[in-house]
Design a protein around this ligand. Sequence first.
Ligand code: F6R
Length: 612
Amino acid sequence: MCGIVGFVGQKQAAPILLDGLSRLEYRGYDSAGIAVITPEHTIDLRKAEGRLKVLNDMTDGGNNVHGCIGIGHTRWATHGVPNSTNSHPHMSEGGKFAVIHNGIVENYIEIKDFLIKQGVHFQSETDTEVIAQLLEFYYNECHDFFESVGRVLRRIRGAYALGILCADCTDRIIAVRKDTPLLLGFGEGENYIASDVTALLPYTRDVVYMDDGEMAILTKDSVQIFDAMQQPIEKAHQHIDWDLSAAEKGGYPHFMLKEIFEQPDALRHAISPHLRDDRVVFDDMKLKPEQIKDFTRLVIVACGSSYHVGVLGKYTLERTLRRSVEVQLASEFRYCDPIVDDKTLVIFISQSGETLDTMEALKEAKKRGAYTLSIVNVVGSSIARGSDDVIYTWAGPEIAVATTKAYSTQLAVVNMLALVFGEVLGTIDPTEYAQTVSELKKLPEKMESVLSHHEDIQKYAAQHFNHNSVFFIGRNLDYALGLEGSLKLKEISYIHSEAYASGELKHGTISLMEEGTLVIALGTYGKLFEKAQSNIVEVKARGAEVLALTTESRREEMRKTVSTVLTIPDTVDMLLPNLGVVPLQLLAYYVALQRGCDIDKPRNLAKSVTVE
Ligand code: F6R
């Protein structure tokens, strides 16, 4: 996610803001900016695309920006391409307010339309600018900074951590948090806000983590905190004793573990912008219902884990749309003289949006006249720009090489696509639609419950990290899930592993089963549960040691076949892999930890594969 820093005190703010932002660079960003209230009671705004160094050079390390109160931001593009206009802080048209924001304003289009009708002119393509403009709109009515913020919060929907300056109230910053992290830092005659404690470590280790719905007013001598009803509250301070490296990882030993645990929030960000009155909508999608009805072929193209999302997508989309869906590895698609034409929809899935094979496959599909829709995490990336349509996954920057939260959010987008297309084609039963939407809403919470059992998986990994070879077996959705579980394990723990469609065991692989072979048997898909059990019996008969994964309601039934059983909460079929992947990610992580592997940077691998 983007980074937030704010300072109010007696020293010059800009150098402190730039230093704080530099400590957030590891999170990834594409532009940066600061806003400082000058001694003349105006707001001095400086923004630059690219590295922080550009902003540093522009401001002489902050020395040519004068004032003791300010806010700073590093932006990782969401709404609008990375450039200096779209970067934060955003100002209101009359120059009264400057705002920095992490998160998403879901109803920004409606608010922007409203403000344009009131004569407001917008500068950027961002959702954040509506906050600055709306603040000024309300301030012109009530002339009260705090009240204006309250009115804005009642009007906007979404997730936000905000730092706000008002040129008429030159002694304060207002900070707000909902569903996006924000903390307050306390110093002597100075106070701070930050999205991440790393930014503040050289200045203070005395902090308060804000909770959802809370607001704070910071001056150099005081910090007042308010609850969601805007009533003053007291909160206990925490002392942070992490070193810098631990702080960057939010106290987790590795980015991968942090990102695994960030998945419920990442899902909230991926799902909530598309939920409207119990329906799934893709407001920004250009694809029209008539076009969806007209496609004769549907092809999904991707690499690695994104390809595994595509394999799950094939099962889900075929079942929901009753249409044939093909899934292809991008590196194969580009050279196979693909049969695609203007009646084909090709969906490209890519976290980075820069994977060369996927990019080349996209060009190939376009050359042949196909309609191209990409599911991408990095806004403004080559694949996003090159496609006819793009749906962003809003997972935030992923730092560990092995993907986790990007995979989960891609999968959620594919699930939502199945619902949207199914509704257009009339192939999804309304009751199933309603039940799936209701389960989509519960998905982040159910994932939190899976994560809460991480210690069971850690214990299992401590006993089983020494295998040379591991098999993941399953059918249908469980097979596709096994592909990802197997890839996670091999890429970070260096254990050889294979994912097999259980029905294929007898056609070859079963000859590899011997005393002690480790088999991870995936049996979450209820319709094929008995078949999953039969395959477990088969491999156990050859001496395999089995760890089974199923749903809570089938735990006891599974226990009749296997003694070691992990479970996930029950949900609709389509969403089972979204939960099932979490124990597999954790297993890979804890096995790799036991083996002393370099988890965040596995050997020979790069985060973004921009070569063939
Ligand atoms: C595995 C992993 C890779 C990527 C693949 C595609 O953990 O991260 O397999 O999924 O390199 O990358 P993107 O999605 O960026 O196109």
